[in-house]
Write a protein that binds this ligand. Structure first.
Ligand code: FAD
Length: 533
């Protein structure tokens, strides 16, 4: 097969135009093209009057070898790479040990699935509930102001990204195409096929819920076991070797291979691992607010007359500004046509994030508007200092919101003018249970507020209306990534505890659903190799 990249066609091209463009590029007749498979479709919207679709296609073609020789110096015409996933090991027929995976978010799910596919029959321990039950608990906070600290947006089957926009792309380097394996497993579990070929796929909340259940059934059918409401509260370490874990109910499970795919919000578990001497270090992350605008405004600005085109969907954006005080302000986890959600896992704290459904047809666009924070900002050298820092601002947000899980909010115009907001404007905030209008300038450190005030007018130059008076800021966005790293070696094991495999976002090795899934595969491979050596 041949792979052609950078095949550019106008957005409203006819389907046959792809074949014609391929024939032209290869200087062959259309009759020589046997089959066309679209590998990726993206768009270039830099010129709104002329939006271009960019394809990567794989084609079966007559005289392939001749064409490859003819175009050997053209980087856009090459042999198609082999992207099929290959297992690195197979479990022995008599398995005398089962690996343990703590956490059933995207990282734990992919680690468990790949280990199960290799025959290792993993045992997964998840502190939260199975996904349908968890959904009810999560809505309990959004509708009734009741938080369940063990079953919420962060904890439970599917992990943190279950109630999300379900964006499935990442900027990680992926020479082995492990991201493709993740997407293929998601499609097998019911995700739409298009996630395999559109450049910025997303699946939204409801589809994620069903997919997670299907993958759980697959793991179980392969001999794996998934236990819910089983919080790991201790690790059994003997002479620097992992021996197993202790659950909250006192039960001990023994294994010399334990994957910790905890997510970034497992603060109690981080604390326990630190007390047990597991090596970890503080790392940078970002904090800020969510910002909401009318989605139609973002669509018109990004797509002009093509706004609403079915191939483009609701428009997203990605912006960054380097402020005079040295801080970078940037959009984070932008959710087109979505809602701002309450994402705390701890009582008396307020945390924001964003989600959407597959249709992305809610009236507002929302995005994190965040500023980078370094360990030197934490005011303490402990590896856990970032958590203490997050807690300060999350508690403050709870207080500013009125102590009911309502979030503090302010209109952008008032935020820039330095006066508190008292009422809603033309943009209705989507955060549930409610927002409390106030002055957000006290909700985060001064250097963060200063950087944001400088960035908003700059962003308005890129997206007209971005700093509109009635756009809504809701606080606080503190869980952008893990505040620490549980550092590991080349074999994906903790630097000082053999057999402990820190993985995914909580360990500082992923940021997002796809990269967490990819890390899950890498760690599963490391476990399998270690168990068969
Ligand atoms: P997690 O998904 O956090 O999973 C960790 C799991 O470990 C949890 O289920 C937790 O309950 C469990 N656990 C923790 N401690 C213990 C313990 N002691 N014992 C047993 N179990 C334990 N990313 C994207 O790429 N696209 C998006 O659109 C997107 N939107 C998001 C929207 C929201 C509202 C949120 C909160 C996050 C979003 N993210 C998104 C981020 C994404 O969800 C995370 O990057 C990803 O889930 C990390 O995967 P993980 O498996 O490493 O950790």
């Amino acid at each position: 097969m041949l792979r052609l990249t950078e095949l550019r066609l106008p957005i409203d091209h006819q389907p046959e135009a792809i074949k014609t463009a391929i024939a032209k590029k290869l200087a062959i007749s259309e009759a020589d093209i046997q089959h066309i498979h679209i590998h990726k479709r993206s768009y270039d919207a830099r010129k709104v009057s002329q939006i271009i679709l960019i394809y990567i296609v794989d084609i079966d073609v007559n005289h392939e070898a001749k064409l490859l020789a003819k175009f050997k110096n053209d980087p856009h015409i090459q042999a198609s790479p082999d992207m099929a996933y290959k297992f690195v090991a197979q479990a022995p027929s008599t398995l005398n040990e089962r690996p343990i995976i703590v956490g059933f978010g995207p990282c734990g799910i992919l680690a468990a699935l790949v280990l199960a596919q290799m025959g290792f029959k993993p045992i997964v321990l998840e502190r939260g509930k199975e996904v349908r039950q968890r959904t009810k608990d999560t809505w309990g906070l959004w509708r009734k102001n009741i938080l369940n600290p063990e079953s919420n947006v962060q904890f439970g089957e599917g992990g943190a990204g279950t109630f999300s926009d379900g964006k499935l792309y990442s900027q990680i380097k992926d020479p082995r195409h492990l991201g493709r394996k993740v997407l293929e497993e998601f499609v097998k579990a019911g995700a739409p096929e298009e996630i395999l070929y559109i450049s910025k796929p997303h699946i939204g909340t409801f589809k994620l819920v069903t997919m997670v259940e299907t993958i759980r059934q697959t793991i179980e059918s392969l001999g794996g076991e998934i236990r819910f409401q089983q919080k790991v509260v201790d690790v059994l370490i003997d002479n620097g070797q992992m021996r197993g874990v202790r659950l909250e109910n006192g039960e001990e499970l023994h294994s010399r291979h334990v994957v910790m795919a905890l997510g970034h919000s497992a603060r109690d578990t981080f604390n326990m691992l630190h007390e047990r001497g597991v090596y970890m270090e503080a790392k940078p992350f970002s904090i800020g607010f969510r910002i909401e605008h009318p989605q139609g405004m973002i669509d018109r600005c990004r797509f002009g007359k093509f706004a609403g085109h079915p191939l483009l969907g609701a428009a997203d954006y990605k912006i960054v500004h380097h402020a005079k005080n040295g801080r970078a302000v940037y959009s984070f986890c932008m959710c087109p046509g979505g809602t701002v959600v309450a994402a705390t896992s701890e009582p008396n704290r307020v945390v924001t994030n964003g989600m959407s459904q597959y249709s992305r047809n809610e009236r507002n666009a929302n995005s994190g508007l965040v500023v980078d924070i370094q360990p030197s900002d934490f005011g303490d050298n402990s590896p856990l200092a970032g958590i203490a820092f997050q807690r300060i601002w999350e508690s403050k947000a709870f207080e500013l919101g009125g102590g009911t899980y309502a979030a503090p909010a302010q209109l952008v115009g008032d935020f820039l003018a330095g006066r508190p907001s008292t009422q809603v404007g033309s943009v209705e905030p989507s955060y549930k249970p409610a927002v409390n209008w106030c002055d957000l300038s006290v909700a985060l450190p001064d250097y963060v507020i200063a950087a944001m005030r400088e960035a908003l007018p700059e962003f308005d130059k890129k997206i007209k209306g971005y700093a509109m008076h009635d756009a809504v800021l809701t606080g606080v966005e503190t869980r952008t990534s893990s505040p620490l790293r549980i550092t590991r070696n080349q074999q994906c094991q903790s630097l000082n505890v053999k057999g402990l495999f820190p993985a995914g976002e909580g360990a500082g090795y992923a940021g997002g659903i796809l990269s967490a899934g990819v890390d899950g595969i890498k760690v599963a491979e490391a476990v399998a190799l270690s168990m068969t050596m």
